[in-house]
Ligand binder design. Structure first.
Ligand SMILES: [Zn+2]
Length: 258
């Protein structure tokens, strides 16, 4: 999940919050929680930060990619407080934001979840921020693309999604790529639709990286950074493989049917 909007740069402070500071992140957490737990979140965030940049080959382009401000990770105590304060859709588990004011504060907002937080939500939201910093916050990164990249880092997601998408494709229940590319996930209503949107987005990004490698994928991101739309960026980088977005769709389908 990712949203960009104008928000106050920092959470409403007061007695509710305690914080732990790291090199790239500050964890804000309820004063009822233990600092040991908050420090484990911080350590995980720092590890993901390094791993994500490397996995998607962003570290190669470090000369024009700078991550120069610390990110606030704000963890509400429970889902209810999180939804009340963020107005996210009910299915949301977290969001990544960049404040558009002078200070350009980056924030990950979520709530304490026993399951799927450290190895799911956290790397997912950090990926959104890294992608935003790398491609540029002024560029419109396609939503499916952004969500596909973010899910790559969720530890078990790719393995789970692969058989699911194979089944959907066998039933011809997947979406045409053109539709996926135009879909705004916030407008989807059914949970099945939301699940398919996320799964198919991940499956296509996973195909691009597994089949053609991280180097090419990094180049694709550079083209998006230069302001090309997705299809133009795709055909420039994967010159001999895709002449149009339909070619990507056809080859992804063939790959998934094998
Ligand atoms: Zn997301």
């Amino acid at each position: 999940m990712i949203l960009f909007f104008f928000c106050a740069g920092e959470p409403a402070y007061g007695d509710y919050w305690k914080k732990e500071r790291g090199t790239h992140f500050i964890v804000w957490y309820s004063s009822d929680e233990s600092p040991v737990w908050a420090r484990s979140v911080l350590r995980a965030a720092e590890t993901y930060y390094r791993r994500i940049a490397k996995n998607i080959n962003y570290s190669r382009f470090r000369n024009f990619w700078t991550w120069d401000e610390r990110v606030n990770i704000v963890i509400y105590q429970n889902k209810e407080t999180f939804l009340n304060n963020t107005k996210q859709p009910a299915w949301s588990k977290g969001g990544a934001y960049r404040d558009e004011s002078l200070f350009k504060t980056k924030m990950i907002v979520t709530y304490k979840q026993e399951q799927n937080f450290l190895d799911g939500v956290l790397p997912h939201e950090i990926s959104h921020l890294i992608l935003g910093d790398f491609i540029g916050w002024d560029k419109s990164i396609p939503r499916w693309f952004n969500e596909g990249v973010a899910q790559l880092q969720e530890s078990r997601k790719t393995r789970i999604v692969r058989p699911f998408m194979k089944k959907m494709i066998a039933r011809n229940a997947h979406w045409p790529l053109r539709i996926l590319m135009q879909t705004e996930v916030r407008d989807l209503e059914g949970t099945d639709e939301v699940a398919l949107f996320y799964a198919q987005s991940l499956s296509i990004i996973d195909f691009l990286i597994s089949r053609f490698g991280s180097n090419k994928f990094g180049e694709l991101c550079v083209m998006l950074k230069r302001g090309y739309d997705f299809e133009t960026a795709l055909t420039k980088v994967y010159l001999f493989d895709f002449k149009t977005a339909e070619d990507l769709e056809k080859k992804w389908l063939r790959y998934m049917k094998n």
